[in-house]
Design a protein around this ligand. Sequence first.
Ligand code: FAD
Ligand code: UDP
Length: 382
Amino acid sequence: MYDSIVIGAGIAGAVAARTLAEEAGKKVLVIERRNHIGGNCYDAFDQNGILIHEYGPHIFHTNMEEVFSFLSRFTEWYLFGHEVVAKVGDKLIPVPFNLNTLQMVYEKKKADRLAEKLIAEYGEGSRVPIMKLRENEDPDIREIAQFVYENIFLKYTMKQWGQKPEEISPEVTGRVPVLISHDNRYFQDRYQGVPKDGFTPMFERMLDHENIEVRLSTDCSDVLRFSDQGVFFEGERFEGDVIYTGPIDELFECRFGRLPYRSLNFVFEHFDRESYQGHSVVNYTVSEEFTRITEFKYLTGQQDTDGTTIVKEYPFAYTGAEGEIPYYAILNEENQALYEKYQALAAGIKRFYLLGRLAEYKYYNMDAMAKKAMELARSLKK
Ligand code: FAD
Ligand code: UDP
């Protein structure tokens, strides 16, 4: 009845399903345990008619033409250069820290001198991870590095990860490098924005194909069983390909222990006024217990509304308790070793493939995820 089964209807699962259905003519069943598609990119209107991102703010950004044109088949875009500010004292300063930020935190003469030094040292337009900047021995550059470390990274990272920047993978803090430029955008990718009418309609169109069937509110354990003998779907041996985008440890009853994740508690608030903060995202890098506040109307460009809805993000350590969602893999050697034990079990199941932030225990952006999903699906065409 089905040629392939995809577990999870996030961007990994949806792109894989569409590619299998349309390029290989496979009949695909998508199984999703939530009552909606889209995974963490899901958006919906709240009770006040404001389009919100239920699992935290998502801005699509990419330099990959192939990914942009694939997704553009399912949506038009509201494209903009996404900017973020950090609240430091009573100022709102651009993040990533750049040459404009430098001018806001030092008096002009000093800022000009430091800017010249940064350009001479790293070259105009370069991107310098904070952990690299801190290694520089020049006292002026050390001073900037210390300022950025203390005012942008230290407390935010402590909140987000429960660890100091030097204790987490440099890949993570390296996502927000110091920019030796006057570019205030958070990302430097060519395409950035959100689907014009939201992420969820984009996913609806992607999954709307005669070869795709979606079953919501269904955990894969309700219908699938995995063993050395293979995969069993509703009691019968299933011979096709199975792509799994859920947490890999859960698939094997966490028999080696849970893979650690950070989770987030999202607290939404609505205000009957035009504007709350006047910015889409304000990072709280030195104060408060939440990491950031997103004001959705500035992210989605929605105008047909009087009030405004915001969300605050409170990070915590995922425990696996009912209702908790694992959002961020915690990248370190120990966790990678644990991951690999589960990966070895999965490798023992024929025609079974791990894909996605959870199944691969990686830190993927949407575009990289879509690309990987296309590649996997294309490799399974036979
Ligand atoms: P998910 O979106 O998590 O989808 C996995 C799906 O599988 C879920 O719907 C889940 O319910 C389902 N599932 C799991 N287990 C089972 C099971 N046993 N049975 C059935 N279904 C199951 N990326 C960007 O590019 N830009 C951003 O601005 C951005 N912002 C982000 C903000 C936050 C707060 C977070 C956490 C992530 C952000 N990301 C962003 C990353 C982005 O969310 C991921 O790249 C993307 O969601 C990964 O897609 P996925 O399909 O792997 O995972
Ligand atoms: N970060 C920080 N302060 C900021 C922004 C980012 O300390 O103002 C650090 C923090 O450790 C964060 C990491 O850089 O987890 C990556 O930030 P990014 O915005 O990419 O995180 P995501 O969007 O994935 O939550």
